[in-house]
Design a protein around this ligand. Structure first.
Ligand code: ADP
Length: 512
């Protein structure tokens, strides 16, 4: 409600001077209010005063010469809806009064039964009524603007279909995105049931009704399914149905938001097919590598053994050239043997699914030092380590990982250097950060990534023996535990191999 000021400007439009005097006299009798008056005896002068004087209220006579009161009322309301107008009629003119209210009059009074209280009360009520009317209009306008903006927004979303449904699931309205997606015009779908878009099979299974029931029970329901266009074409959609409730919690309808994800689904399927094919060929390759290398081991061992026996038993019958050929055969055989051994190791990793176990890493490091004992002694190496944590995974593989890294640290050293190797650990929240640091020859920056690829060697066999599979085995082991391996190194500056070893994912696997 608005506060009525104690001083009001009143415009009286009436052709009868006695009547005008009468209203003024009545108003002057009110001790609580001060009125300021403007008077007009015909419509044109009245309309001019509306613009000039901005009255707080207008008393308008119905029977004016020329334009009648209703026409004047229309003209006033066309330009100033904010000024309340009280229409003054003769007795028994109820029909005119009704018409006046329809045209925007804020109240009406019969001239014959006018009193000070009646007139002042009417002015107050008309002002309140006018104020409220204008407030309502303002709010309505605001709502309309908001709704228009919202509608523009919804219509602008082309990739999503919005359907507003009634409580039974019949379409009440939808956006242009829905029109484009479903292929129907709005007028073809309004009042049709949402099952229009479902396949015959889903309709038989009552999928649309079940979806609405689920949305009602849980406020919303989301799923992926086939939908059917007007032309019969089917497409894969992801949709969500939200149930709409009023303040009392009564269901008022639903809104269904649908997105065509056929392309995404096809792409995912294509990717999955490729992935499956890749996995299959990887598995076949690994099986082949395993079988081939396993079967090759025996004949190679025979070649090495018999060439050694030949050298031992018949060496004295061979000349120098013959001995050098035999040495060449033995060494090459041994090299093939090592390669097969490493290849078998590499191929075996994925096949070894012993589940997740506790890895006592301190025990495994002792095994590594034991296994490499001779080499460590030979090189006068010093190996140290931090207190290592309990890890989860495959203990054998962890040992192999550490052994390969420590062995490389011992192997890739400048001549005459005593290797110093340290195994470190850092707690990094979700993972352990392990490191193997050596004081060896280091690695040229250009090859830092390549050394983890199978058969990548930066040295030839004669220079430093090796097969180029050790780090590939390390990488496979670390990755199968959900971790990462990388190296930090510079030529001549030694190397640090870093490993991130997840704590949590390994624990989850254990629990699974
Ligand atoms: P291999 O030792 O059998 O050659 P790896 O896969 O273990 O095979 O190593 C690949 C290559 O990476 C090695 O040939 C070597 O050049 C380089 N490398 C590995 N570890 C070190 C290291 N600690 N210091 C310097 N170079 C290294």
């Amino acid at each position: 409600m608005t506060q009525i000021p104690a001083s009001l400007t009143i415009l009286i439009i009436d052709d009868n001077p006695d009547d005008r005097d009468h209203y003024v006299r009545l108003l002057k009798k009110n001790p609580d209010m001060v009125f300021c008056y403007h008077e007009a005896s015909e419509s044109k002068a009245g309309l001019d005063l509306v613009e000039d004087k901005h009255p707080d209220c207008i008393l308008l006579d119905y029977s004016l010469p020329g334009l009648n009161g209703l026409d004047v009322l229309k003209q006033i309301k066309a330009v100033r809806t904010d000024i309340p107008v009280i229409l003054l009629t003769g007795q028994g003119s109820e029909a005119i009064a009704v018409q006046a209210i329809k045209l925007g009059a804020d109240d009406y009074l019969s001239k014959s039964s006018m009193t000070t209280e009646g007139l002042c009360h009417a002015i107050h009520m008309a002002m309140q009524y006018n104020y409220l009317q204008n407030k309502i209009m303002e709010q309505t306008q605001l709502l309309l603007t908001k709704e228009r903006r919202y509608q523009q927004l919804i219509d602008g979303v082309h990739d999503y279909a919005f359907c507003w449904l009634d409580r039974e699931g019949r379409i009440e309205s939808w956006n242009s995105g829905a029109e484009r997606m479903m292929g129907y015009g709005a007028e073809e779908v309004i009042n049709r049931h949402i099952s229009l878009f479902y396949t015959a099979e889903e309709c038989t299974n009552e999928a649309p009704l079940k979806a609405l029931a689920m949305a009602m029970a849980h406020k919303n329901f989301a799923n992926e399914a086939w939908h059917v266009r007007k032309d019969g074409g089917i497409f894969w959609v992801s949709s969500q149905i939200d149930a709409l409730f009023d303040k009392e919690g009564t269901l008022t309808g639903f809104v269904k938001i649908t997105r065509d994800i056929t392309e995404r689904r096809n792409a995912e399927r294509e990717r999955q097919k490729l992935f499956d094919r890749l996995m299959q060929s990887n598995m076949e390759l690994e099986r082949f590598a395993y079988v081939a290398s396993h079967d090759m081991q025996e004949p190679v061992r025979m070649v090495v053994n018999f060439s050694k026996i030949l050298a031992q038993d018949f060496g004295n019958r061979l000349d120098e050239e013959g001995i050098s050929y035999l040495t060449f055969i033995t060494e090459s055989g041994e090299r093939i043997y090592h390669m097969i051994d490493d290849l078998l190791d590499y191929a075996r990793i994925d096949g070894e699914d012993d589940g997740v176990m506790e890895i006592n890493s301190m025990v495994e490091i002792h095994h590594v030092v034991e296994n490499l004992g001779m080499l460590i002694q030979e090189k006068g190496a010093k190996i140290t380590w931090d207190v290592l944590p309990t890890l989860y995974g495959n203990p054998m593989q962890f040992m192999r990982l550490m052994q390969n890294l420590v062995a490389n640290g011992l192997k890739y050293q400048p001549p005459g250097n005593s290797p110093i190797i340290h195994i470190g650990v850092r707690d990094e929240g979700n993972e352990w950060h392990l490191s193997v640091k050596d004081n060896g020859i280091g690695i040229d920056e250009a090859f830092i990534r390549k050394i983890f690829e199978p058969f990548r060697r930066l040295h030839n066999w004669e220079e430093i023996k090796g097969t180029g599979l050790g780090l590939s085995v390390c990488k496979k082991i670390v990755e199968s535990h959900g971790g990462k391996i990388w190296v930090e190194s510079q030529l001549g500056q030694g190397s640090i191999f870093h490993i991130s070893f997840p704590k949590e994912s390994a624990n989850r696997r254990i629990a699974a």
